[in-house]
Ligand binder design. Structure first.
Ligand code: RIB
Ligand code: CA
Length: 314
């Protein structure tokens, strides 16, 4: 049986610990056309430098372009308490020898004009994605679809109700969820099914090599930091790698096509994603929704794939 061709994807991210592990999995399992970076976990300078450094560590000359330095409307927030001042606390990374052009949004638009049918993975705030959707009305229709890590159906991690990527730029998330293409949400209810623990560390330590060492450093740092900030999971969820695997290994996931709405107002609710789960929601859901709630993953198989990806650089 010939190997299934790797999906050709674009990645928009805010490295960030789990984004870095996602990049390892993407390099192993996808045909990555290019990477754009966005302000998110830390500022754009750091997320861009981190993307370049991880690619260099892997010997990966993938194009990297920097995008938006701040949200569309919201005041910038960050996740330094999780990822550290540089966004890659605890990780040993090379100093990038490359730089990234600052035309990330135009890069997304131009790349999809050159090649249609690419899948867009977003694992940070959706600012670049929303700007691309608003600048060029044909952008969405040129994509095979958008899969993003964000939101969720069971509460938040940065507020009681909102997940970080959506909370950081709710207007961008609302624009993305109304894009004219399939949009798949991999939220906290999904990503919390795949968490890092000592067993994973033991498996990674047995491998060696730059990818396993980086992933070990990240997980050790996150395990040590847990308890220093509010979290609803006893172990660090591997958010962004899960969203990548939803593209490369869809057979491990279950999803439902259903309307998904973002709360833009409210004191406690801004950035909440509301997943329609009523059986007969009425006329508003007559046409087939283009949004898909990804709600289940084979967690053990996902962990195995993360380990196997790291072993590619052993
Ligand atoms: O809420 C988790 C998400 O926010 C992940 O993408 C993490 O990297 C941060 O960006
Ligand atoms: Ca991220």
């Amino acid at each position: 049986m010939p190997d299934t061709p790797k999906p050709r994807i674009l990645i928009d991210c805010d490295p960030g610990h789990d984004d870095a592990i996602m990049l390892i999995c993407a390099a192993a399992y996808a045909d990555v056309v290019g990477i754009t970076t966005v302000n998110g976990n830390v500022g754009l300078h750091h997320t861009t430098r981190n993307a370049l450094a991880v690619a260099q560590l892997l010997g990966w000359d993938v194009p990297v372009h920097a995008g938006a330095a701040r949200p569309l409307i919201a005041e910038p927030v960050d996740a330094r308490q999780v990822h550290g001042e540089t966004g890659m606390d605890g990780a040993t990374l090379p100093t990038p020898t490359r730089t990234a052009p600052g035309d990330g949004v135009e890069y997304l638009l131009e790349t999809t004009r050159q090649e249609e049918g690419l899948h867009l993975l977003a694992t940070g705030p959706l600012t670049n994605v929303a700007l691309a959707l608003r600048i060029d009305a044909g952008f969405a229709s040129r994509l095979a679809g958008i899969t993003f890590m964000g939101g969720g159906a069971l509460g938040g991690n940065v507020t009681v109700a909102a997940e970080f990527n959506v909370f950081a730029d709710p207007e961008a998330a609302a624009i993305t969820l109304t894009a004219d293409c399939p949009v798949r949400m991999c939220g906290l209810d999904l990503t919390h099914q795949v968490t890092a623990d000592q067993d994973l560390l033991d498996r990674l330590r047995a491998i060696g090599g730059p990818a396993a060492v980086l992933t070990t450093e990240i997980i050790e740092t996150e395990l040590a930091a847990y308890g220093r900030y509010a979290t609803s999971s006893p172990e660090p969820p591997l958010h962004d790698p899960v969203a990548l695997l939803a593209i490369t290994h869809p057979h491990l996931f279950e999803e439902t096509a259903t309307p998904i709405h973002v709360e833009l107002g409210g004191v406690h609710g801004r950035g909440t994603t509301h997943v329609e789960r009523r059986a007969h929601p009425g006329a508003s859901a007559t046409e087939a929704p283009s949004t898909r709630w990804v709600h289940h993953v084979d967690g053990a198989a996902a962990i195995d794939l993360i380990v196997e990806a790291c072993a590619r650089w052993a």
